[in-house]
Design a protein around this ligand. Structure first.
Ligand SMILES: NC(=O)c1ccc[n+]([C@@H]2O[C@H](COP(=O)([O-])OP(=O)(O)OC[C@H]3O[C@@H](n4cnc5c(N)ncnc54)[C@H](O)[C@@H]3O)[C@@H](O)[C@H]2O)c1
Length: 417
């Protein structure tokens, strides 16, 4: 396939994110949509309203059997990602699969093997791998802008009902216009219950909780910025504090994660947070990289800021805790040993704060990277291994939370314990 050859895509799972993915894919020259699958008829009707003439089906396998489809976007609930991806690769399609790559740990290596065997392009739809903010941070870290990295904080809070997964439940949904068994797939069988389809994230049977939904983004950004393969030790805790709507997952969660030294980075700790309350919209998503000589902060979508406010040159004293007489003596001795210095710009070691503007719209860039990879046959770096190295540790945060224990991850072999 050449640079501008026509590329025909299909959407498998035609809800909120899938429709957004298609919208961005179609902005790339030469991309067309040919088909869509979903288990709820009204979503298929919507796709036909948006893209008249496309083929639709409740059964994604009918779409995969079509020779006129080159690539698919998998945007179903999480519990279907692995199976549809494996089937799509086996059917000879390139795959853009929404994060998290898998719902269950044991499927990670199956997807990696399927991608390798197929020789097709696989990219996880975790768009912060393409965010310019993390490429900038990677360059800054490598140039020693903050000395030696020792800690990273990241948070992705949500301040709205939608952000807390309170999606609309259409009153017309019935077993006639919803293919309920196909939605359930390998999840436990149960009678028709629309809330489980439309708010699937709230149930462990279909989703991956806060960690699978949002920590995957935070791990993706971290690994992109540092070149880290993954952590060694993971502890996560939290609770269900506000959205008591029948969900069986927490709405508030923190993670405390250890990264060992590697060829790409020194040993550091990673602290993650998701809360369904944030103070201001522009404070709901961010990172702070802390090093021996400064910090790098980013809101991911607009700025990266390096702060290198120098340490005070004097070692400091606690003379005022002694009697007046001893205090005076200590201060005299101190002044003789450390004469007052006037800081000069040179002694500050460069500007104390630098602010860089970064390109917005990681999602569009990420989709373009996928389409470029499909056309050039050179995979983007967020392949199945990268995808599992961001997804596996996020899933282990859930294991740690639900089993109340510290978990371990071997990033090289991608094995959990
Ligand atoms: N990259 C991001 O920033 C981002 C943002 C939101 C969602 N996502 C991911 O996208 C995926 C979809 O999330 P969403 O918010 O669009 O959910 P959604 O509920 O709006 O859409 C999922 C769609 O899949 C359909 N579906 C269910 N089972 C199916 C099956 N077996 N075959 C075909 N269709 C099926 C549902 O009917 C629904 O229309 C999730 O995995 C989520 O993690 C990613």
């Amino acid at each position: 396939m050449m640079a501008n050859d026509n590329l025909r895509i299909a959407l498998l799972g035609s809800g909120g994110m899938g429709q957004g993915d298609v919208k961005d894919a179609l902005k790339v020259e030469g991309v067309e949509i040919g088909a869509a699958a979903d288990v709820y008829d009204s979503r298929l009707d919507r796709m036909k309203e948006l893209y008249p003439g496309i083929v639709t089906s409740r059964d994604y396998r009918e779409i995969l059997a079509r020779p006129d489809i080159d690539a698919v976007i998998v945007a179903t609930p999480d519990h279907w990602h692995a199976q549809i991806t494996i089937d799509a690769l086996a059917a000879g399609k390139d795959v853009y699969c929404e994060k998290p790559m898998v719902q269950k740990m044991e499927d990670g290596k199956r997807v990696i093997a399927a991608a390798k065997k197929s020789g097709k392009i696989f990219q996880m739809g975790s768009q912060y791998a393409s965010a310019h903010a993390f490429q900038k941070i990677r360059t800054l870290l490598a140039s020693g802008a903050i000395g030696e990295l020792n800690m990273v904080e990241a948070w992705l809070d949500r301040n709205t009902a939608l952000g807390a997964w309170q999606y609309s439940i259409p009153s017309d949904a019935t077993p006639q216009n919803v293919d309920w068994d196909r939605f359930l797939g390998n999840a436990p069988k149960r009678p028709f219950e629309p809330i489980r389809l439309f708010r699937w994230r709230n149930y462990r049977d279909y989703g991956t909780a806060v960690a699978g939904d949002l920590y995957v983004h935070l791990f993706t950004g971290l690994h992109t910025a540092t070149g880290a393969l993954g952590p060694k030790r993971i502890y996560s805790t939290g609770g269900l504090r506000y959205w008591n709507d029948g969900r069986d997952v927490p709405d508030t969660q923190i993670g405390v994660i250890d990264y060992d030294k590697s060829e790409h980075h020194p040993q550091f700790q990673f602290m993650l947070r998701v809360n369904f309350k944030s103070s201001k919209p522009d404070e709901d998503f961010g990172y702070r990289f802390i090093g021996s000589e400064g910090t790098i902060t980013t809101d991911v979508s607009s700025h990266v800021t390096v702060n290198r406010t120098p340490r005070e040159q004097e070692p400091g004293n606690t003379a005022d805790t002694f009697s007046k007489q001893i205090e005076a003596q200590v201060l005299r001795e101190y002044a003789a040993k450390y004469p007052k210095q006037t800081p000069t710009p040179a002694s500050l070691g460069g500007p104390s704060e630098q602010r860089f503007t970064v390109v917005k719209d990681a999602h569009m860039i990420h989709m373009r990277n996928f389409i470029d990879a499909v056309r050039s046959r050179k995979p983007f770096f967020e392949d199945a291994e990268f995808g599992f190295r961001a997804t596996g540790p996020a899933l282990l945060c859930n294991t740690s939370y639900f089993e109340k224990r510290v978990c371990f991850w071997d990033a090289a072999t991608m094995t959990a314990s």
